[in-house]
Design a protein around this ligand. Structure first.
Ligand code: UDP
Length: 330
């Protein structure tokens, strides 16, 4: 029997490349697609030698064609850090909307099952804590994060419409803050920002007073949750994340301990619309997928720190860091 074929968009990105690894390991034929705006071929370099791996350099916001059959589509293409989507807001909106539409069309024509990468950002700056899937969210559509949040909300609506109207097999994962090897050191997110600062001997920049919270999930746990959801029968959104919540101030202290840096914490203004608290309620994932995270933050951070230490000086000293100034909370 011929191998099952899977298309992974954003395949050269942080999550996409880990998903490529997982599907190769599971014995699939993997087609990765990426326009390399925020993705990096180094993340999938090791897969090119594999006979069951192909790569297309393509922007999924324009018409997408893949020859032959497709069994699964994972739509993971999108800028995913606040700095990225502030820098390229229109592309962010397009890949979540037009890109999703193109891929749903492709899934329909191939009779493939499609999973979309949604996000905890659909809850915005949440008024409900922890966040359950039934919460509709508190999103500012015209704020700096609106381009990402609303694209992802539209993506969910479009996906659900293809499911109900066309009978397409669809799955929706709402991903909470995730970390691990292959994050971009300069993507502006808190973990690469802090570790990069420690490695360069700079002070750690905490935005606001550091009392805002996040809950960080190690990438292997996330990939396991996504795999299980894709293979399940559940069509409604499912939160995948680690409920172990921490303030950003405490997180900075953890990174100082981990790296042994002698630098201190300095405080910068809180970016506009920065969510004050975030923690996934993972009851549905536990019940439907029998999934919960296994990797503790201390374990995951150690692995991630080793990865960042192995990067070159060029990566470490690349110019664009923390360009949040100007997006201060009112
Ligand atoms: N943050 C920070 N210092 C940094 C970068 C981020 O204090 O150098 C804060 C940011 O304001 C937010 C949290 O860390 O409250 C997580 O930010 P990130 O960009 O990683 O992701 P978000 O969860 O906001 O999408």
């Amino acid at each position: 029997m011929s191998k099952k074929r899977v298309l992974i968009t954003g395949g050269a990105g942080f999550l996409g490349s880990h998903l490529c690894d997982r599907f190769i390991k599971e014995g699939f034929h993997v087609i990765a697609m990426d326009n390399l705006i925020t993705g990096d071929l180094r993340n999938i370099e090791h897969l090119f030698k594999h006979k069951d791996f192909e790569f297309y350099n393509h922007d999924v916001s324009t018409f997408v064609h893949v020859p032959d059959k497709l069994d699964y589509i994972l739509h993971f293409a999108s800028p995913a850090s606040p700095i990225d989507y502030l820098k390229i807001p229109i592309q962010t909106l397009k890949v979540g909307s037009l890109g999703t539409h193109n891929l749903l069309g492709l899934a329909k024509s191939k009779k493939a099952r499609m999973i979309i990468a949604s996000t905890s950002e659909v809850y915005g700056d949440p008024m409900v804590h922890p966040q359950k899937e039934e919460y509709y969210g508190n999103v500012n559509p015209v704020g700096p994060r609106g381009v990402y949040d609303e694209a992802k909300r539209f993506q969910e609506a479009m996906t659900m419409a293809y499911h109900t109207y066309h009978g397409l097999e669809t799955r929706i994962v709402r991903i909470f803050n995730t970390y691990g090897p292959r994050m971009r050191l300069n993507d502006g997110r808190v973990l690469p920002a802090f570790i990069g600062q420690a490695l360069r001997g700079e002070d750690l920049t905490v935005f606001g007073d550091g009392s805002q919270t996040r809950s960080f999930c190690y990438v292997d746990d996330l990939v396991e949750g996504i795999y299980r959801l894709l293979m399940s029968d559940y069509v409604y959104p499912v939160n995948i994340g680690n409920p172990d919540e921490i303030t950003i101030g405490e997180f900075a202290e953890e990174i100082i301990k981990l790296t042994g840096t002698t630098q201190k914490v300095i405080y910068k203004p809180l970016p506009k619309d920065d969510p004050m608290q975030r923690q996934p309620d993972i009851t549905i994932a536990r019940e439907i997928l029998d999934w919960e995270p296994r990797v503790s933050r201390s374990e995951g951070l150690k692995i991630t720190y080793e990865y960042f230490k192995s990067l070159s000086k060029d990566d470490l000293y690349t110019k664009e860091h923390n360009t949040f100034e100007g997006f201060v909370r009112k």
